[in-house]
Write a protein that binds this ligand. Structure first.
Ligand code: NAI
Length: 331
């Protein structure tokens, strides 16, 4: 097979060359785009990370495409309907880092509960005062976990270790696990009203677009903190800014936010007047990120050495399974 890998680092290239010996491989550290798609016109498979948006136009550029294997759990960057129509198989990496993302979730929670970022910045200003750095205990507090899949369940396990009470909301409930792990399911409204920490672990799709919006923020317990390691567009940025300004939320810990994919390339946007909506979102993002009660990491919840190795292992397995006629991890 001819397989093109995008968004790969050098060490990943070395690993893939060894493991997929016998295939024609092409590597690029760029994302797959309309500009570089013509270079892989005759390729059978592509492997991408989440910044390559695979839409109808890109699919048209690669007419032989049979397999897309994304090196991520989320697959909202791929036009699934179009792929279905074209008979393109999409595989993902369903689990590689539930512990990795869950650990990062707690890194964000603790950054807010113990003012870690504020305290670190003060050091650089030779400010050793403790004013404004009083934190709060997690023990005895209630955490509301929205989405009890692989990551959500691991968050629950860690939360239990901290002595937190856990309420959860999911469209599919796992009663057995709720008994074993000692948490209770609630409605979304009830969860928002009771939780001191709200953490999002649902996939991004139509049903979860702006799940946290002006109306749902009204239901949030005053002084709660919100953590988002899932996808940016699950939270309406404008409503989030308002909730922070109105002190409904005491803080937010964000590994993802709306428009994160363009913020890295914002300079280019300035020169294109078509991008008014994107620029509007960017302005909101900058307002959000300038707040001192917002802790931000640049979509790195998955980014640990061990998780990256597991992602590559599964990606290789996905390719091998597809070639053998028994595709696995098909989304
Ligand atoms: P999962 O598929 O195991 O769990 C998702 C859960 O959400 C399921 O239990 C499902 O029933 C529930 N759900 C789906 N739609 C819902 C709705 N409308 N309302 C309530 N619950 C709903 O997924 P997993 O592995 O736990 O990952 C969750 C998300 O985390 C991924 O979709 C991905 O977007 C994000 N993620 C972020 C990473 C990062 O680096 N920041 C890394 C990996 C995943």
């Amino acid at each position: 097979m001819k397989i093109a890998f995008f968004e790969v680092e050098d060490w990943e290239e070395e690993y893939l060359k060894k493991k997929l010996n016998g295939h024609v491989l092409k590597f690029s550290n760029e994302k797959l785009s309309l500009e570089n798609a013509p270079q892989i016109k005759d390729f059978d498979a592509v492997s991408v990370f989440i910044y390559s948006k695979i839409d109808e136009q890109i699919i048209r550029e690669i007419p032989n495409l049979k397999l897309i294997t994304t090196r991520s759990t989320g697959f909202d960057h791929i036009d699934i309907e179009k792929c279905k129509k074209q008979g393109i198989t999409i595989c993902n990496v369903p689990s590689y880092g539930e512990n990795t993302v869950a650990e990062h979730t707690f890194a964000l929670i603790l950054s807010l509960s113990r003012h870690m970022c504020k305290a670190c910045i003060r050091r650089f200003e030779q400010d050793f005062s403790i004013e404004g750095l009083e934190g709060f205990d997690l023990k005895g507090k209630t955490i509301g976990v929205i989405g009890t899949g692989q990551i959500g369940l691991h968050v629950i396990r860690i939360a239990k270790g901290f002595g937190m009470n856990v309420v959860a909301y999911d469209v599919r409930q796992n009663k057995l696990l709720s008994e074993v792990l000692g948490f209770e399911y609630a409605t979304l409204e009830d969860l928002l009203a009771r939780s001191d920490v709200i953490t999002l672990h649902v996939p991004y799709m139509k049903a979860t677009h702006h799940l946290m919006n002006k109306d749902t923020f009204k239901l949030v317990k005053r002084g709660a903190i919100l953590i988002n390691t899932a996808r940016g567009s699950i939270v309406d940025t404008e409503a989030l800014i308002e909730a922070l300004d109105n002190k409904i939320l005491a803080g937010a810990g964000l590994d993802v936010f709306e428009g994160e994919e363009v913020i890295k390339e914002e300079k280019q946007l300035l020169y294109d007047p078509k991008n008014l909506e994107v620029l509007n979102n960017l302005v909101k993002d900058h307002i959000l990120l300038s707040k001192d009660n917002v802790v931000f990491t640049p979509h790195i919840a998955f980014y640990s050495k061990e998780a990256l190795e597991r992602i590559l292992e599964t990606t290789v397995e996905n390719v091998v399974a597809f070639v053998s006629g028994k595709p696995q991890n098909v989304v």
